[in-house]
Ligand binder design. Structure first.
Ligand code: TYM
Length: 334
């Protein structure tokens, strides 16, 4: 609890171009939740270097992402928006938690298996212990709730296990966090293969809607989206392509799946795809406009980076000192 409010933590990697999946699965919910919690939203740049990055590009992407958080509607005066690499406590707590994590647990992580298959030439220890750093991110701020997409639930489960394991040895040190999944949009699928999640790292640009895509591109990508020959707009497992479009339309418009089905009853896929494209473009447009404006105000963004890093450091250090004492590190002499 901070000032009588429950704490929320979430983060996003500053690699690749953000997709509609990141927006609907995470960012949009963050904005909705931000009034009810004391929020920490991190640009998790330390996670990004588990895969080789161009340094200048990574720095630029991290800044763009931080700016995008604000453009999407997060007020940086109320929400702590900061770079993970500006708070050394993340790495320090991750080391301690590493000593409480079993190799077998990390071996089971599906994201590790996927990423090591994709980057077979660089299966580094960071990629393997990535979920421990993620646990440290969350536990450092004593977060009660963590809004994520479905793909992160396994990491969240590990975080809870680690918190409980640590607490069972040392007493109540960590809050055990709960995941938060939005009503819709928790798993947006690829537009070209609706059995795969929409991903920043997909090589086919038509598979994903990027947050920077303009209206024409968005509509064109939806027109080309892979569907089926059933010719009915119904949310069901046999129609993964159409179900994905219904999910996207529902998440953007706030309508339930049943309402969407009723609205397009008897209409063709062409009409539906166009409506989804237009709704998505309308949803993203204000974010894009605000992003362009914010990019011009360097001093404003710099101020936020500085102020919020200090705030994050304050809370992170509080937890870290407690943990260091529990595991037996010597007290600091002031
Ligand atoms: P990342 O950067 O891959 O994704 C950021 C957020 O977007 C969600 N997401 C999706 N949601 C719905 N449909 C999709 N197709 C889709 N693709 C991505 C993710 O679930 C995530 O919520 N390890 C994390 C970042 C992280 C983190 C944390 C998150 C590091 N530390 C602590 C929460 C708490 C990651 O790589 O997310």
């Amino acid at each position: 609890m901070i000032d009588g409010k429950k704490v929320l933590f979430s983060g996003m990697q500053s690699t690749g171009s953000l997709t509609l999946g990141n927006y609907l699965g995470a960012l949009k919910n963050w904005v909705t939740l931000s009034d009810d919690y004391e929020c920490f939203y991190s640009v998790v740049d330390m996670h990004s270097i588990t895969v080789r990055q161009d340094p200048a590009e990574l720095r630029k992407k991290a800044r763009n992402l931080l700016t995008l958080y604000i453009a999407a509607g997060l007020d940086p005066k109320k929400n702590c928006i900061y770079y993970q690499s500006h708070v050394s406590g993340h790495a320090e707590l991750a080391w301690i938690l590493n000593c409480f994590t079993y190799m077998g647990e990390l071996n089971r992580m599906t994201q590790f298996k996927d990423k090591s298959a994709k980057h077979a030439d660089n299966i580094n220890a960071g990629l393997f212990t990535y979920p421990v750093l993620m646990a440290a991110d969350i536990l450092l701020y004593q977060a009660d709730v963590v809004p994520v997409g479905k793909d992160q639930l396994q990491h969240l489960e590990l975080t809870r296990d680690l918190a409980q394991r640590f607490n069972s040895i040392y007493g109540d040190v960590f809050v055990v966090p709960e995941p938060y999944l939005g009503k819709s949009g928790a798993k947006i699928m690829s537009l070209q293969d609706p059995t795969k999640k929409m991903s920043k790292s997909d090589e086919n640009p038509n598979a994903s809607i990027y947050l920077t895509d303009d209206t024409d591109t968005i509509i064109r990508k939806f027109k080309r989206a892979v569907t089926d020959s059933e010719a009915r707009i119904k949310y069901c497992p046999e129609q993964p392509g159409i179900s994905n479009l219904i999910e996207i339309y529902s998440a953007c418009s706030g309508k339930s799946f049943a309402e969407v089905e009723a609205e397009f009853e008897g209409k063709g896929y062409g009409d539906f795809k166009l409506a989804v494209g237009e709704t998505v473009a309308d949803t993203l447009k204000p974010v894009q406009t605000r992003f362009d404006e914010l990019c011009k105000d360097k001093a404003y963004i710099d101020g936020i980076i500085k102020e919020n890093a200090e705030k994050a450091n304050y809370y992170a250090t509080k937890t870290l000192r407690k943990v260091q004492k529990k595991v037996g590190f010597p007290e600091r002499i002031r």
